[in-house]
Design a protein around this ligand. Structure first.
Ligand code: FES
Length: 206
């Protein structure tokens, strides 16, 4: 089967990413609805200036964040990933964040084996009142990933199969409030309750 020719936009984007002077990291953030999402919202409504490189995917709880979501994010063009939720003892579902902490502690150890620098993954606790902390998490993650450079190994593997040149658009998910029963498009591992907040508050300074 003949692969489609890359579009001019895709070629321009590749050139910008290859040049350290113009490289802007793409960061995907998986956050819980009850603490970090609200904290990110607070950062936006407080008009805190922060890097605009982050796209937020809101889930009910960090306990809902499967490590496959992270692999998929890298595969679909992310250079770095943030996972963030309620502080220990504050989880809306009592123990979801404890499960997440244990899961991502192990997963982080596996990242090098999988060819991904563990520095590309940030795990943090941000409460609903910590808009300033969310800004710091975003800025520090963007600066660190900018130093590491682009991560295209997984994206190149998945490239021809992507439905669009825009990796964030490729991560389009259905909001189950509109009747969708699954999460990330084409990803049967994602279950109900996943929603995508394109242009969500942490995406940029307002
Ligand atoms: Fe926020 Fe569980 S509800 S981590």
């Amino acid at each position: 089967m003949t692969e489609p020719a890359p579009s001019a936009t895709r070629l321009d984007d590749d050139a910008r990413r290859a040049d350290p002077a113009t490289f802007e990291p793409r960061i995907t953030a998986f956050v819980c609805n009850w603490c970090t999402y609200t904290g990110a919202d607070l950062a936006g409504t407080s008009r805190l200036h922060m890097a605009s490189n982050v796209r937020i995917i809101r889930l009910p709880c960090t306990g809902r964040i499967d490590h496959v979501f992270i692999v998929k994010a890298f595969e679909r063009g992310a250079d770095g990933v943030i996972v963030s939720g309620c502080h220990p003892a504050d989880c809306h579902y009592t123990s979801g964040n404890y499960h997440a902490r244990r899961r991502f502690g192990v997963f982080r150890e596996l990242l090098s084996f999988m060819g991904v620098d563990p520095e590309r993954l940030t795990f943090s606790w941000v409460s609903a009142s910590e808009g300033a902390k969310w800004k710091d998490v975003v800025d520090e993650t963007v600066a660190r990933v900018r130093r590491l450079g682009p991560f295209d190994a997984y994206h190149q593997l998945a490239g021809p199969a992507l439905p669009t040149d825009d990796p964030f658009a490729a991560m389009e998910v259905r909001d189950d409030r509109q009747g969708g029963g699954r999460g990330v498009a084409g990803d049967t591992t994602a279950g109900p309750g996943v929603s995508h907040q394109a242009g969500a508050p942490a995406g940029g300074a307002s």
